[in-house]
Design a protein around this ligand. Structure first.
Ligand code: FAD
Length: 412
């Protein structure tokens, strides 16, 4: 295919589509429009090495500027798309300029959810972490001996707590639900990470939210928690999830359901418009889901790049994810959505794996410092195979010695 491909969003997904198109031999014009000012970059290091001062900005970039030039990808940064005019096949930029497309890709990602103003949102020392500008502000604020309150016990919050401890801050982490990682992991994984953080000196308070705040000069100085505790704070980082960026799609009348709805080829309800990455919603095991991971951004981008270039393809989603906290590496294979049973394998004091099953067999694994469990799980999941739960629970049986079933054989 020739013609104009316009990509809105210069994150991992948008940039991956652009380069995939070129490797597929696409000869037309490619324009990537992103509202951020930076060369497109990797987000995962922001809550890991970057804030810990172990990686500088240059190491975050997905590609060097020269690579966009040599691939003839027109990268327009610091530039926001304000509207899609579907009948004219044009996007409108904030200065009113219109760009014609034959295929449009929405790679608009997500933004961090923030606290309401009543709960401190907007105060000078309250931060969310989604982009490099946020990370720069947080990095400047995290200096030794300061008191950090992390709001939210998901992966971003936990990674922030770990980095802050490594920088010598006093850290309290609060989670409103009854335990950390409630939305994404089993109690066994959560217990491991709670213990890990407590060993490193983080005060982890579960089932506790913010009741009220004391401000002075637009800074939060004290936080009263729902259990009555009052804590003094210098910095607050909020990690309470994200909101997908759907406004453009919604205003253009595309089908949206907690994400821009796409088919197996990444096409939206308008066949000239595709969506990829954190903003896209698709069917997985019979349910509409949206994933927030690099794997999903890159794999969806590959499918969309192929589709636009004219190849017949479909997204066969095999999720995986990772999180680094202190020296602990968590690798997740699969998606534990709808799990009914869990088995745990304890490798040694610091390494274990949590295996999630539904009626059809294995659906996901959290592998903590256990690369072998992660690799085996990925292999089985991607080939539609499963071990039995009893075998997994049998600690003396090696993974490589287990009897493996086709998942459909396990349906009772
Ligand atoms: P984004 O990266 O959000 O990019 C979307 C871009 O589009 C943004 O730059 C946005 O400003 C721009 N945009 C939106 N609307 C417009 C518009 N109208 N006009 C122009 N531009 C627009 N994933 C993992 O797998 N492992 C990890 O360990 C991990 N750690 C993470 C740590 C942090 C701190 C964060 C924030 C994310 C992490 N993730 C991790 C998630 C992963 O980074 C995302 O899933 C991935 O970056 C999504 O890429 P994307 O391109 O879909 O969206």
């Amino acid at each position: 295919m020739n013609g104009n491909v316009v990509i809105v969003g210069s994150g991992h997904a948008g940039v991956s589509v652009a380069f995939k198109l070129r490797t597929q031999g696409f000869k037309g014009n490619i324009t990537v429009i992103g509202e951020e000012i930076y060369l497109p970059y990797h987000r995962p290091p922001l809550s890991k090495k970057y804030i810990a001062n172990l990686a500088d900005e240059g190491r975050l970039y997905l590609k060097q500027e020269s690579q966009y030039r040599s691939e003839k990808i027109d990268l327009r940064l610091n530039c926001r798309v304000n509207a899609i005019h579907r009948s004219e096949k044009q996007v409108e930029l904030e200065d009113g300029e219109r760009i014609q497309y034959d295929a449009l890709v929405l790679a608009t990602g997500a933004r961090a959810r923030s606290l309401s103003t009543a709960l401190g949102g907007g105060a000078q020392n309250i931060h969310t972490l989604r982009n490099l500008s946020d990370a720069k502000r947080i990095r400047d604020a995290l200096t030794q001996n300061k008191r950090l309150l992390v709001v939210g016990g998901g992966y971003i919050g936990l990674e922030m707590a770990a980095v802050a401890r490594s920088l010598g801050l006093q850290v309290t982490l609060i989670e409103r639900e009854s335990r950390i990682l409630g939305r994404v992991a089993a109690a066994q994984t959560a217990a491991y990470f709670k213990n890990l953080h407590e060993k490193h000196g983080v005060r982890v308070l579960e089932g506790v939210g913010i009741e009220s705040l004391e401000r002075s000069n637009d800074r939060i100085e004290k936080v009263r928690l729902s259990d009555g505790t009052v804590i003094g704070v210098d910095v607050v980082v909020v990690g309470i999830g994200v909101i997908p960026e759907l406004q453009l799609a919604q205003e253009a009348g595309l089908q949206v359901a907690n994400g821009i709805v796409v088919d197996r080829a990444g096409r939206t309800s308008d066949t000239a418009i595709y969506a990829v990455g954190d903003c896209a919603s698709f069917v997985f095991r019979g349910q509409m889901i949206r994933l927030e991971s690099v794997q999903n951004a890159v794999d969806m981008a590959e499918v969309v790049g192929l589709s636009i270039a004219g190849a017949s393809t479909r997204y066969d989603c095999h999720p995986w994810f990772w999180s680094d906290q202190y020296t602990t590496k968590l690798q997740i294979a699969g998606l534990n959505l709808g799990y009914t049973q869990v088995a745990v394998r304890n490798k040694n004091e610091t390494a274990l794996s949590v295996w999630y099953f539904d009626q059809e067999g294995l659906i996901a694994v959290d592998a903590i410092n256990d690369a072998k469990a992660f690799m085996m799980a990925r292999k089985w999941l991607s080939s539609g195979q499963s071990p039995c739960l009893d075998d997994i629970a049998n600690q003396s049986l090696e993974l490589s010695a287990m009897t493996i079933f086709e998942k459909t054989d396990l349906v009772t």
